[in-house]
Design a protein around this ligand. Structure first.
Ligand code: FES
Length: 106
């Protein structure tokens, strides 16, 4: 099991258990993280699964694809550490991955 830590826009921390192979978005949905909307169901077509990755984790993730980068332009208030959580696949090495969810999804 891998733990993913979601920090809400108001600073509330929640740990959700994930299986390797799931995405961070699927983990959020399963864990009832309602600031992740995931309208397109993970097709990289909506940007409503936007998260801010904790700085210490950002460089440990595989880089965003050109498609993800294009879609991030549609996220509300994107920042240098923005990612789409449906494009981050959970691996054992990501145990403790911490992401903050924005107060608003696009
Ligand atoms: Fe739509 Fe991630 S769920 S882009």
């Amino acid at each position: 099991m891998v733990k993913i830590i979601f920090v809400s826009s108001s600073g509330e921390k929640r740990e959700v258990e994930a299986e390797p192979g799931m995405t961070v978005m699927e983990t959020a949905t399963k864990g009832g993280i309602d600031e992740i909307v995931a309208e397109c169901g993970g097709a990289c077509a909506c940007a409503t699964c936007h998260v801010y990755v904790a700085p210490e984790w950002f460089d440990k993730l595989p880089p965003a694809s050109p498609m993800e980068n294009d879609m991030l332009d549609f996220a509300v208030d994107p920042r240098p550490n923005s990612r789409l959580s449906c494009q981050i696949r959970v691996e054992q090495e990501l145990d403790g991955l911490t992401v903050q969810t924005p107060s608003q999804q696009g």
